[in-house]
Ligand binder design. Sequence first.
Ligand code: SAH
Length: 242
Amino acid sequence: MFLMIAAKTRLFVDHPLEKGQSVPLSRDQAHYLFGVMRLAEGDSVLVFNGSDGEWRAQVVEAGKRGGVLACVEQTAPQRNPPDLWLLFAPIKKARTDFIVEKAAEMGAARILPVQTEFTNAERIRRDRLQAHAIEAAEQCGGTFVPLVEDLQRLDKVLDTWPEDRALMFCDEMLAGEARALPNIKGPWAILIGPEGGFSKTERDQLRDMAHPVSLGPRILRADTAAVAALTLWQSKHGDWQS
Ligand code: SAH
């Protein structure tokens, strides 16, 4: 019984994975596996690196400050999410963490925090947010970890917007109106605004290039709106069917 539970421990490692490959562990990883999860030499753990699928690995060395795993067999192929980005304006810390965690679970491929005119946050801790995305992938059984980018200005991001990527502009002013997600195939991005909503200048810039979409009759908080928009997109264009 203990072994069954132990083999369910999933760990992201920044290391190539193939049969027989040994994987060195950082201090934090060793602490998690041997201190928290109480694994010992010979025990199994599932590992993934974001590109080589999921592997069962065995503990070869278990130390306080490090350790080594050995890859035994692949247990799941690499599975990448659809080509969907999430752009969102950072809000309070806990809610921003929530958005990143949910975006990783819901299958966003890239996460771009954007600074809008009415954004309160002036900086983010990119490494912290990336760690949240990794943790979410570890717990949801995913083999992919979305990259969290540094905070960028929304107007700058829109200035260099890739022509082939459709943009779903979640517009709170459309609450209650029938504005559905258009049926366009190919790469997409979702844009969620801050608590203060979008400014007139931002709306002007978005008008010609984005597809305004309503998320129903109620005005949602940004974190709820992010999950709702990801759900809507995934159910219409994403990987829920395959
Ligand atoms: N303070 C604003 C609301 C901002 S809600 C106001 O009262 O008007 C935060 C973000 O969530 C919005 O910028 C938008 O991107 C999204 N959002 C919330 N409710 C929405 C809805 N019903 N339709 C579309 N987008 C919505």
